[in-house]
Design a protein around this ligand. Structure first.
Ligand SMILES: [Zn+2]
Length: 676
């Protein structure tokens, strides 16, 4: 390149370089891009861009390097060049890197090119800001950005004058503006289109798990001719019931995503795992995110939904949009798998579990300021009087689960602060499992509660039978009334007869259905719960100890049995509930072995000389093998929130077993036990 020396008097002009006057070759790096947005074929588009650049070269220019990407033009700049989509295509042009590599090399001292050339400026980026940013960065590094469809002017070609760029910049900015307008308008139009599409119940993307795509002819003739179609959702008969099951476990049993996934993974034949869009990413198992996705998808209510996740937010692709931005059809557009009530109940559980911070990695120390340690029983312990979860807290070295009504009105007899000792609770759970689930007497223990449960089931069944019998009697009496009308009225034209005949047929159909239902109910009388009790026999007889089990093993164990602890304020007892289901037996057995065999050696000295837990008495009601209680030695601390103080000094909390009803703080703070 020559320099602008034309106007200088001779005595000021630099001496010509000693090393010859041969014109230097200008090394060109081609920058190309194919979008994944528009349906372009990179194997055609990249070579075309290359050829156009080649045609625009000046005689002393030579292409030495080619940088290209196959990616969305709407990515943020710092994410550009990261796509590996180009690998999927057989592009007949050597690739020396992407835009990131080009920009990095532009500032490197051993840069291998002098200028960068693209086919057209809007190829660089669809948004003006990004295009000008790249241009500016290159210019700072001393590298001009040329376009094959713009005039190429260098300093010096104008007889030593500085090159005139004003018109070129106007042209370039106009092109960039048009390109940006085009893409924004296209997005806005497609947005409106999608909204209409959604309210009409057409599905976008892969049908969610549990549904299958039901193809419909495309309403636009031209698109129909291309073989295009639209899809609505229809229930997948094998996977639809799995969705219902997942919602039921969530809403009725309040299971965590992890616990639900674990249960599903026990029987992958019965609960086939979802297949992701990219089959290479299939893990062949249920994952926490797959379960969460199902529990949050409003399409299961039969309403079509769209824009739940952001594709526009370039920094967080796939981020969830706030509900206000969702587009949901007002009418049901396809069959529902869960009712709106169930769907909302599942959302509420998510919210309450989030509040309880139970959905973070189980057992991981909570980062919340007040809960820097892991509360092993977090989210399992409830205050029955308040129907609230009790929260974990630490006072000195001791862990408690606390119910503190504070702003709420406390139920009768509820102290301001009610705390249960974690070790004590673990003792109770251990005792419960060793007696009712893994103990030699478990069948006898369970039969008591099973009888009650079976009785309840039988009563409910009988009520159903009675209801069907009542309906049958009603149909029969209506049929009689119909004949009576015919008898009592003249019907010369036979019109009444026709109407009556039609009604008669309807009632006959109804009668047949109800008779079949009654028949089914009578054949399926509950057998008395014996089968359910037998389930217990499939579990090993063993002894476990949960006291020193680390949180990452304890929590999956409790989740698998869907354990719930309900503290009854007035009886001062904890009701423990565990669920054993047939499909979970192999999984539970494995967990039981882990809990008994891999017992750590008593590492914590405070627990080493622990007295045996008191005997569990199972005098409570509920389903087979799912209940136990203890009313012996439950400690209740009723204490000020910041601990005990005596003359301004903080005092250790006393730790002894006290009979219920007799507790008061020996340090003289205050204390009250319900009922005392
Ligand atoms: Zn409470």
């Amino acid at each position: 390149m020559t320099t602008a020396t034309g106007n200088l008097p001779e005595w000021l002009r630099p001496a010509p370089a000693a090393t010859g006057t041969a014109p230097r070759t200008i090394r060109v790096a081609v920058l190309a891009r194919t979008s994944t947005d528009d349906q372009q074929d990179p194997t055609l588009s990249i070579p075309r861009q290359y050829a156009n650049c080649e045609r625009a070269l000046l005689p002393n220019m030579q292409i030495v390097l080619v940088f290209y990407d196959v990616e969305s033009s709407r990515k943020e700049l710092d994410q550009r060049g990261s796509s590996t989509a180009w690998k999927k295509f057989d592009i007949p042009i050597r690739r020396d890197g992407g835009i990131g590599d080009l920009l990095a090399e532009a500032t490197a001292p051993d840069r291998r090119f002098d200028v960068v050339m693209c086919e057209s400026i809007d190829r660089i980026a669809r948004f003006t800001y990004q295009g000008t940013k790249i241009e500016h960065d290159l210019e700072l590094a001393g590298v001009p950005l040329l376009a094959s469809d713009e005039p190429i002017i260098f300093d010096g070609q104008t007889g030593g004058r500085k090159r005139k760029r004003a018109s070129q910049i106007l042209l370039r900015r106009t092109k960039q503006g048009v390109a940006e307008w085009y893409i924004v308008e296209m997005l806005e139009k497609s947005w409106d289109g999608f909204e209409t599409h959604t309210t009409q119940g057409w599905n976008v993307g892969k049908p969610p798990y549990g549904f299958k795509a039901e193809r419909h002819k495309h309403p636009v003739p031209a698109k129909r001719a291309e073989g295009k179609h639209k899809t609505k959702l229809a229930v997948d008969r094998r996977r639809g019931p799995v969705v219902k099951k997942i919602y039921s476990w969530r809403v009725n049993d309040k299971l965590s995503y992890r616990a639900i996934a674990d249960r599903l993974n026990i029987d992958l034949h019965r609960y086939p795992p979802p297949q992701p869009v990219d089959p290479e990413r299939a893990v062949g198992r249920w994952t926490v995110s797959a379960v969460r996705e199902i529990l949050f998808n409003p399409k299961y209510t039969g309403h079509m939904a769209w824009n739940r996740r952001s594709t526009k937010d370039k920094l967080h692709p796939g981020k969830n949009n706030p509900v206000e931005e969702w587009v949901v059809s007002a009418e049901q557009t396809h069959p529902e798998l869960v009712s709106i009530e169930t769907f909302l109940a599942a959302q509420n559980i998510a919210a309450s579990r989030r509040r309880s911070r139970a959905d973070t990695t189980p057992g991981a120390p909570n980062r919340h300021r007040q809960t820097r340690r892991a509360y092993r029983l977090r989210s399992y312990v409830w205050c029955a009087a308040c129907t609230r979860r009790m929260f974990g807290r630490t006072v000195f070295d001791y862990t408690y689960y606390t119910c503190q009504p504070r702003d709420r009105i406390a139920p009768d007899g509820h102290p301001r602060t009610l705390s249960l000792d974690e070790d004590k609770l673990l003792d109770l759970i251990t005792g419960f499992f060793n007696a009712h689930i893994f103990g030699t007497e478990r069948l006898q223990l369970a039969s008591t509660s099973a009888n009650i449960a079976a009785q309840q089931a039988a009563e409910e069944h009988q009520q159903q039978i009675n209801a069907v019998r009542y309906a049958l009697a009603d149909i029969e009496s209506r049929q009689k009334r119909l004949f009576k009308i015919l008898e009592e009225n003249d019907d010369e034209e036979g019109r009444l007869y026709q109407q009556a005949k039609q009604r008669q047929e309807e009632l006959d159909t109804e009668h047949t259905l109800k008779t079949a239902e009654l028949d089914h109910l009578e054949r399926t009388m509950p057998s008395g719960g014996a089968g359910a009790i037998d389930l217990l026999d499939h579990l090993p007889e063993t002894k476990i100890s949960l006291l020193d089990m680390p949180a990452d093993r304890l929590r999956p164990f409790l989740d698998a049995f869907a354990v719930q602890l309900r503290y009854d304020l007035h009886a001062n007892s904890v009701k423990i509930q565990a669920t054993v289901s047939a499909e979970a037996v192999p999984h539970l057995t494995r967990l039981a072995h882990n809990a008994s065999n891999r017992q750590p050696i008593q590492a914590h000295t405070p627990h080493a000389r622990r007295p045996r837990p008191p005997a569990i008495t199972s005098a409570n009601t509920a389903a087979p093998a799912n209940d136990g209680g203890d009313s012996g030695f439950l400690q209740i601390y009723d204490m000020p929130r910041r601990g005990h103080y005596l003359q301004g000094k903080r005092l250790p909390v006393p730790r002894r077993l006290l009979p219920p009803g007799a507790f008061s703080c020996p340090w003289g703070c205050w204390g009250r036990v319900p009922g005392s």
